[in-house]
Design a protein around this ligand. Structure first.
Ligand SMILES: NC(=O)c1ccc[n+]([C@@H]2O[C@H](COP(=O)([O-])OP(=O)(O)OC[C@H]3O[C@@H](n4cnc5c(N)ncnc54)[C@H](OP(=O)(O)O)[C@@H]3O)[C@@H](O)[C@H]2O)c1
Length: 315
């Protein structure tokens, strides 16, 4: 079942950064048959409630963009919550979808679940070839179980449940929690606050030399739409920016965008993490997608909406 404007699509997690980007893309595509439930209306860890929704609504396509997500600190401090919630959400949505006859589903994986010491750039075939990053092992094992479930359902039941592997993302509706956010929102917050206070210095952890790739959530959503609309792909596929930059270069860009005029220094007693992390995106490029939003444009847009009237940081 390929995506059509008339398709009925259940987007689980539609208020999150990824889910909301996918909803925007589907609406731009003219899809009106969206099935959306907030967490208050449907707790995805509640098996009976999930089954009842999917059985009653009978979507043509399910997009699973709901998950318990967090930065290193949260993953490291609450591994039980990460494995428990994610296994529950995935199993409930995947099992109910299969049982209701849903043929097409998109499952959101993550580049952080590839083995810790992967050759670079990371190919899809490297999954499950080595030990995981210990700080997010519980999250990664849950996600890998979801991918293996998709593969097993496809093999045994002939479904086309597609696991997508995005790199680090940023975009509207990101999480700006002071201790539980990803790299870009954390940098935006730190430099924004430093600029407002008139600080002369921002200290970064480590050397700033590690290389990372970041993709705008709208680019990921465009990739998901293309995969659902134009292909029958059901094997794990990377969606990345195809280019990386040093953390220092990203920090300088953020500083420029938020108007921080001080200096950026480094606390070299803090660890750097993996020197380079970038995904190989040849498979999705060959299918006709490529990223279209530069980091500079993407960050400018995100910061403009954070500080616009009604935005999270409006003055
Ligand atoms: N962010 C990244 O850099 C990144 C990178 C690679 C992959 N991904 C993957 O993309 C997916 C979405 O991530 P995201 O960044 O969009 O996360 P997010 O902004 O935190 O969104 C997750 C959504 O899931 C919902 N949710 C969580 N638990 C739920 C529950 N028990 N019942 C109902 N809804 C629940 C949340 O609802 P509330 O709004 O009520 O909390 C939220 O809307 C995840 O699978 C993640 O692994 C993200």
């Amino acid at each position: 079942m390929r995506l059509l404007p008339s398709s009925r699509i259940f987007v689980a997690g539609h208020r999150g950064m990824v889910g909301s980007a996918i909803v925007r893309a589907l609406q731009q595509e003219g899809c009106n048959g969206l099935i959306l439930r907030s967490r208050a209306e449907l707790d995805l860890t509640d098996e009976r409630a999930v089954r009842s929704l999917i059985t009653a609504e009978r979507p043509d396509i399910v997009v699973l963009a709901a998950a318990k997500v967090g930065g290193i600190q949260a993953n490291n401090s609450f591994p039980a919550d990460f494995i428990r919630d994610n296994l529950a959400i995935q199993s409930n949505v995947l099992n109910a979808s299969l049982d209701a006859g849903v043929q097409r589903l998109l499952f959101m994986g993550s580049s952080c679940i590839y083995p810790r010491e992967c050759p670079q750039p990371i190919r899809e075939s490297y999954l499950l070839t080595g030990p995981l990053e210990p700080t997010n092992e519980a999250y990664a094992v849950a996600k890998i179980a979801g991918i293996t479930t998709c593969r097993a359902f496809n093999r045994q039941h002939g479904t086309a449940y597609l696991p997508v592997m995005p790199c680090n993302l940023y975009g509207p509706n990101d999480n700006y929690h002071p201790t539980n956010s990803h790299v870009i929102p954390a940098l935006l917050r730190r430099f924004h606050e430093a600029a407002r206070r008139g600080d002369q210095e921002v200290v970064m952890w480590g050397t700033g030399q590690p290389l990372r790739e970041f993709l705008h959530a709208d680019d990921l959503a465009a990739a998901c739409l293309m995969l659902l609309r134009d292909t029958d792909e059901a094997e794990l596929i990377n969606v990345g920016a195809g280019a990386d930059q040093s953390i220092r270069a990203i920090a300088e860009l953020v500083a420029e965008i938020v108007g921080f005029g001080g200096t950026i220094t480094h606390d070299l007693s803090k660890p750097d993490g993996t020197p380079r992390k970038i995904m190989d995106i040849e498979r999705i490029r060959a299918l006709g997608w490529q990223p279209s939003i530069s980091l500079r444009d993407g960050l400018r847009g995100v910061y403009a909406s954070l500080t616009a009237p009604g935005g999270l940081w409006a003055e």
